[in-house]
Design a protein around this ligand. Structure first.
Ligand code: ATP
Ligand code: ZN
Ligand code: ZN
Length: 874
């Protein structure tokens, strides 16, 4: 048997599977998805098995054997292996990068350099020793070293050098002469956690009998046996010691008698272990919920791959629909994945799922420690849970019988990963659901135009590309393989049990819920023209009407949410005399002021300076640090409303682990009047006493050079307005803006998704932007401009040339131009944008074009990065 293995080297030359022989004793363990250690050139590397076969087409003697199998169970399922291939083709990354993204960080390989005693050399050396009289003085320590290494089997070189620090010369000598040989070990970054556990070896009656036999002076041991009789199951040693205030020797004494056992047992680090989740029962559904639920659950019961776009206004009860749909899926013996944006993965959210499904739920998000994440992941692997709720990468949960995938707040741009693999979790979810004949529910009050477009026309989804390596060969026109891919855009071949990744012609079905639960009204929204305020002489950041509204809520002891869009707000350092702005010396971007550390910092490279009090350019003292916007608002609030209790949530106050949770709990317990923050406060929160929402600078995003600016503004305002009046008390919203006539603001104030969508769609179509056209952003970076420009230009030319051969398919190559952020970490940046229409999948073309610049990349350390369907255009 042979295995096809993709090794842990993200490079073009290794972006394919290599054949390895599976030694007899490993046959049972090596499966598709296994992690293995394989010899690769002079090294040993970690790799993933992506295929099995019973022969190779060339001399089998040339095939090296697999050196080791890393896990008892393969960490990846076959469908994930196939999905990785799809990701690498769709988003143009190395397959190993996609595979690595699917396993928890704890399993990423760590290579350790060890030494062991060479088999032959050890003996020979002993002979030599007799002959070389001169060296005999140094031999005892060398023997000691050899002895030490032999006992241990293998020792990490660093450790050995430390242990024999004064004799490090001898260690080196032994390595040089070949007595000790270097071996590379592949280790996981994280081990499972083991805890000393006490296990009673007999049933309670016997334990009590033993207790009787003990002499009077062994009162403590007696107590242990009696306790264990009442708790006849394994118990943590530390817990037992605590409970009975005894010492470990007492328990050890019993173990020596053979009455109980102390073992190291693997435990799961459970971040929610200390918390109790009140069990919830399904609520009787509202009519709209009922309709939506029937469509979804029917598709689940039919085991039919179907994508639903659920547009439900804020507070319409989408979560309850998710919960009951998941129940249907679980009843069928299948599994469910729920994705939520990282910042709305709050305890409140987790509670809703744990409350309904108890410990069938695993939670995955980046605020967990490495170990906790790993353990949650293992619960999935070991089939101890059937629901996972998590951020973006939870889409790779190693479930094998997925019935339902839910993406809450599907419009969130954080579902797109900004580093390689630059995948969009929404598209990956559709692909993965296709493999399992599963249902996808994309839920939002403000669906992305991309998803909306999916409900509008035929076959809107990216088609996978069976691009072979043949596609990546030079030549002046497109290779035939690439051409065929593009023109036919064929669906991926089925492999084994797994369903095809793509169902051609699949269209999203639109479901809507236009009313809030129990007919609660949506909050009334007032648009406040801040220019008018200024004309009337109000220079404060609060309009007069918002001021009054806050005053009123404070009086009535109701709660307030204030949103300040951080982006576009001044956090930089500027001299008011000469206009000097503190800039990063390595990146073309201004430095950001951080109040907490009194430093100014670059967000891209981490460069930091101490805060300055005198302008370095003109020595004026009128240099101002504009603290984060929220900080200024907080100050102003306490000035205007003495005694007001404000919780501020922004990057500065939420860095500490658990701080996010802490603030929300405080607010939930009504220990504060105002929750003030950035985007973080806009989403998913459900607090019954919030009756007022203020958006302080609603239009800051509008001014960004991004074609999604209006969409982002509309989404943010609608979401934050949705925090008000969700329960008995009605809500009111104030939107302060300098662009009160902008359609995104007017539509948001009327809770009118459709009018916004229609207007925005028309504009996007006119300007040929997504979703009607698609974009691929290629960014090149290098330390020197001339080479960079030359390369960017010839890449653009190459792309144009290849695109021509595809005429009449409309593919436009824009640029090259300097990137909006023209330099990061001393590297200049240029970009080309490819704009193309709809269903054509042109990644093969891009791959072919970029491949011809491999040499430049390698020789001059120039980097070319590709972003398919970019969310950020900087
Ligand atoms: N059928 C029902 N009967 C009574 N209450 C319900 C029902 N369904 C949901 N609710 C309650 O209504 C409130 C709003 O529901 P939920 O938070 O699910 O809305 P949502 O659509 O997810 O809103 P958002 O998009 O703003 O997050 C919650 O407190 C929820 O418990
Ligand atoms: Zn100055
Ligand atoms: Zn910088």
């Amino acid at each position: 048997m042979y295995a096809k293995v993709i090794v842990d080297v993200p490079a073009k030359q290794t972006n394919r599977a290599f054949d390895y022989f599976i030694p007899e004793k490993m046959r049972e363990w090596v499966l598709v998805g296994s992690r293995v250690g394989v010899p690769f050139g002079p090294r040993k590397l970690q790799g993933f098995v992506v295929g099995l076969q019973d022969h190779v087409d060339y001399d089998p003697a040339k095939v090296k054997p697999i050196a080791e199998v890393m896990d008892l169970y393969p960490p990846l399922t076959p469908d994930l292996v196939e999905l990785a291939r799809w990701i690498s083709h769709t988003y143009l990354c190395h397959e190993i990068t996609a595979l690595q993204a699917m396993i928890p960080g704890a399993l990423k390989a760590k290579y350790e350099r060890h030494v062991k005693v060479a088999d032959k050399m050890a003996g020979e050396r002993n002979v030599e020793k007799q002959d070389i009289g001169q060296h005999i003085m140094s031999l005892p320590v060398q023997d000691e070293i050899i002895q030490y290494v032999r006992e241990k089997g293998s020792v990490e070189i660093e450790t050995l050098l430390q242990k024999f620090a004064t004799d490090s010369g001898s260690v080196k000598q032994l390595i040089l002469e070949g007595t000790l040989v270097e071996v590379q070990l592949i280790k996981d970054r994280m081990a499972t956690k083991k805890v000393l556990t006490v296990i009673p070896l007999e049933e309670p009656p016997q334990l009590l009998e033993w207790a009787e036999q003990l002499p009077g002076r062994s009162a403590k041991q007696k107590e242990v046996l009696q306790y264990l009789a009442g708790h006849p199951y394994p118990i943590k040693l530390s817990e037992l010691l605590n409970e009975l205030s005894i010492s470990a020797s007492t328990v050890k004494g019993l173990a020596e008698k053979g009455w109980l056992d102390i073992q190291e047992i693997e435990v799961f680090r459970d971040p929610y272990a200390e918390r109790y989740f009140r069990r919830t029962e399904p609520l009787p559904l509202m009519p709209e919920q009922q309709q939506v639920f029937s469509r979804i659950s029917q598709a689940v019961l039919d085991v039919r791959h179907q994508v639903f776009l659920l547009q439900g206004v804020t507070g319409s009860g989408k979560t309850e629909v998710y919960l009951q749909s998941i129940q249907t899926c679980l009843d069928q013996g299948r599994e469910a994945i729920v994705l939520v944006p990282e910042i709305s993965l709050t305890p409140q959210m987790v509670e809703r799922f744990k409350g309904r499904f108890g410990n069938l739920v695993a939670v995955l998000h980046s605020r967990l420690s490495h170990g906790e994440r790993y353990d949650e992941w293992r619960k999935i692997m070991l089939k101890q849970v059937s629901v996972v709720i998590g951020a973006r990468s939870a889409i790779f949960a190693p479930f094998t019988r997925i019935g339902l995938i839910i993406i809450d707040e599907e419009h969130e741009s954080s579902y797109k990963q900004e580093e390689s693999p630059k995948y969009h979790a929404r598209d990956v979810a559709v692909a993965r659901a296709g493999q399992h004949h599963a249902v996808v529910v994309l839920g939002s009050a403000t669906p992305s135009l991309e998803s909306m477009y999916g409900t509008m026309r035929e076959n809107p989804i990216r088609t996978p590309e069976p691009v072979s390596m043949a596609a990546v060969i030079g030549g002046n026109s497109l290779t035939e393989a690439v051409r065929t891919d593009i023109v036919n855009a064929a669906p991926a071949s089925k492999s084994g049990q797994i369903g095809a990744i793509q169902q051609p012609g699949a269209r999203f079905e639109l479901l809507t819920m236009q009313n809030r639960v129990e007919g609660r009204p949506l909050p009334r929204v007032h648009i406040i023209d801040m220019r008018e305020e200024l004309r009337e002489g109000n220079r404060s950041m609060f309009s007069r009407s918002l001021y009054k509204a806050i005053e009123e809520r404070l009086h009535k002891k109701e709660q307030i949410v204030l949103l300040l869009n951080r982006r576009g707000y001044s956090t930089f350092v500027m001299c008011r005399t000469c206009g000097y702005v503190a800039q990063c010396p390595h990146c073309d971007i201004s430095l950001t002021f951080h109040q907490s550390s009194h430093a100014i910092r670059c967000h891209y490279c981490g460069y930091a300076e101490r805060e300055v009090t005198v302008c370095p350019s003109c020595t004026s003292e009128h240099i101002r640090h504009f603290g984060t916007g929220t900080q200024r608002v907080e100050e102003e609030l306490s000035k205007l409303f003495p005694g007001i209790r404000v919780i501020r949530m922004d990057v500065d106050t939420t860095t500490e682990k658990g701080s996010h949770e802490k603030w929300l709990t405080l607010f939930g317990n009504r220990q504060a009047d105002v929750l003030l923050g950035t985007q973080m406060v806009a989403k998913g929160l459900d607090f019954p006493h919030v009756t007022l929402v203020g958006a302080l600078a609603a239009d800051t995003v509008l001014n960004l050079p991004d074609f999604r600016a209006a969409e982002r503004t509309f989404q943010l305002l609608t979401q934050v307005a949705g925090r008000a009046g969700r329960h008995e008390l009605p809500g009111e919203v104030f939107v302060q803006t300098y662009a009160p006539e902008h359609y995104s603001i007017i539509s948001a104030s009327k809770h009118d998704y459709n009018s916004f969508k229609d207007r925005e769609m028309t504009l996007r179509k006119f300007h040929e932007y997504p979703p009607f056209h698609r974009l691929i952003l290629i960014t090149l970076s290098h330390e020197q401009i001339p080479l960079l420009m030359r390369t960017a230009e010839s890449l653009a030319a190459r792309l144009k040339e290849l695109a021509k051969s595809l005429a009449p398919l409309p593919i436009e190559i824009l640029g090259p131009v300097a990137s909006p952020i023209a330099r990061i970490k001393d590297r200049y940046r240029f970009q080309c944008m490819i704009k193309y229409r709809g269903e054509a999948s042109i990644s093969g073309l891009v791959q072919q074009a970029v491949a011809s610049f491999e040499d430049v990349e390698r020789q001059h350390k120039l980097t070319i990065s590709i972003d398919v369907d970019p969310q950020v255009l900087m």
